[in-house]
Every structure is written in structure tokens, then in C-alpha cells.
Design a protein around this ligand. Structure first.
Ligand code: ADP
Ligand code: MG
Length: 242
């Protein structure tokens, strides 16, 4: 499943809902293979930015380059981007195996290859033994692992995760955080992880961007942001200011 990791570059991105501009000039480069966190309070624009990369929502102004190709104006299905949401949204009437196979069938992958790809994706998330269960027979954590398997099985260029652990209880969240990171390292996929939890960003991210009001307040490694917050907002949000 391993492919060459790609860079994500965002240039002067603006996005409005009606007359309200909610992304106000975003510029960033995410290196190939990075685990990158978008961190910020509720309403800061994290999901909007992630969805703009995936191709959902209003068309933005500016450029979004994935592996050097500007995808900002392409429909979602031409972007080869994989996204996992807070709610797992598995097909309730389909087995785990069928849920994971669905995207491959849609893409007309040869039948003989589907079985092996589905099994290796389920193996990757440790759920091969539950392949024939229905989603309702799984725990929340297991359902989210299936959602991950379903996303990576189609071999996206980048992995976008919008608060994927927020529905899980605290101890499971910490365990899944580690699993997610180890999965990402195995695949080497350029990954963006959205969270409002600074601890979650701090313990996983190679680098992160702190957003507020649709503007990136600071980017850097967790260490850099904690040691030298760029402004009072960042310091307060990371809990380093009094
Ligand atoms: P976050 O994910 O950081 O909580 P969002 O990206 O969801 O923030 O929202 C950023 C801003 O955009 C908020 O002010 C929100 O109210 C607004 N917004 C998000 N989605 C819509 C929408 N579909 N229509 C109008 N405004 C929206
Ligand atoms: Mg959000």
C-alpha cells in the first residue's frame, strides 16, 4: 500500500460563506509524509480548511497544490484525497468487509484484487477477525478503525482527519491516538489531523498550525510553539500564558 508521499501547499486561500469570509489568506506547506495538526478553538476554521482541501463546501480563492497539482477547483472525486470524520458513517446494512470494499468497487478495481486489499487494510487496523460483523456489532473505536481502513484502502495521496477521535471516551482516545500515528508512519501518508485539543496535537504532530478567526496564528513544531508562542492568543490557547 505504500506510495510516494506528496507535499500539500496552500497559497493565499480565501473562502467565504455568503458575505462572511471564514478563511482569510491561508499560506502553508506540509511536507511529504508529515503528520500535521490543525489546532484551534471551535469556529476557527479548521474544518472549513480541511474541507476545502477535500473539495467540499464553497469554491475557495487561491491555490491548493497536492503533489504539485492545483486541485482547488476540481470536484472531490478527482482529488484522490481520503477523509475521515468525527462520525464514522459506515453503511449500517453492510458488513465490515463490504464497507471497506465499497470504494474499490466504485473505482472498478478488479474483483480478484479487492479481497486482498480489503483484508490487508483490515489487518492494518487490527480488525481482520471482525470482517464479517455488521457495524452495529462493533464498539465506537472499532467503527472508527473500519472508517480508517475504508479510507486508506483506496490509496489516497493524502489523509485528512477531522476530529476523528472526538466521539470516543478519554482512555480510548489516547490509545487510538497512538494507533493512528503508527498507522500513518507505516503508510507514510501525508496527513492532516484536525483537533481542538492541544494535548492531542502536541503528542502526535510533527508540526502544527494554530488557527483563530480563519487565520493561521502560528506554524511550527509543538516544541517551537510552546517555547516561543508568536502572540498572546497562541500562548493562551496552548496554556503557556498566565
Ligand atoms: P472549526 O472546525 O474550527 O470549529 P469551522 O471551519 O466549522 O470551524 O467554521 C468556521 C466558521 O465558518 C465558523 O464561523 C462557522 O460558523 C462558519 N461556517 C462553517 N460552515 C458553514 C456553513 N456551511 N455555512 C455558513 N457558515 C459556516
Ligand atoms: Mg470542525
Amino acid at each position: 500500500m505504500t506510495r510516494k508521499a506528496v507535499e500539500i501547499r496552500i497559497e493565499d486561500l480565501h473562502l467565504s460563506f455568503g458575505t462572511t469570509e471564514v478563511l482569510r489568506g491561508v499560506n502553508m506547506t506540509i511536507e511529504p509524509g508529515e503528520f500535521y495538526a490543525f489546532l484551534g478553538p471551535s469556529g476557527s476554521g479548521k474544518s472549513t480548511l480541511l474541507r476545502a482541501i477535500a473539495g467540499f463546501g464553497p469554491t475557495p480563492r487561491g491555490r491548493i497544490l497536492i503533489g504539485g497539482r492545483d486541485i482547488a477547483k476540481l470536484p472531490p472525486w478527482k482529488r484522490n484525497v481520503g477523509m475521515v470524520f468525527q462520525s464514522y458513517a459506515l453503511w449500517p446494512h453492510m458488513s465490515v468487509r463490504a464497507n471497506v470494499a465499497f470504494g474499490l468497487e466504485e473505482r472498478k478495481v478488479a474483483r480478484k484484487d479487492i479481497g486482498t486489499r480489503v483484508e490487508s487494510a483490515l489487518e492494518l487496523v487490527g480488525l481482520l477477525h471482525l470482517a464479517d460483523r455488521m457495524p452495529s456489532q462493533l464498539s465506537g473505536g472499532q467503527q472508527q478503525r473500519v472508517a480508517l481502513a475504508r479510507t486508506v484502502v483506496v490509496e489516497p495521496d493524502v489523509l485528512l482527519l477531522d476530529e476523528p477521535l472526538s466521539n470516543l471516551d478519554a482512555s480510548l482516545r489516547i490509545q487510538m491516538r497512538r494507533e493512528l500515528l503508527s498507522l500513518q508512519r507505516k503508510l507514510g501518508l501525508t496527513t492532516i489531523f484536525v483537533t481542538h485539543d492541544q494535548e492531542e496535537a502536541n503528542t502526535t504532530a510533527d508540526r502544527m498550525a494554530v488557527l483563530d478567526g480563519g487565520v493561521i496564528q502560528q506554524m511550527g513544531t509543538p516544541q517551537e510553539l510552546y517555547d516561543t508562542p508568536a502572540n498572546l492568543f497562541v500562548a493562551k490557547f496552548l496554556g503557556t500564558a498566565n
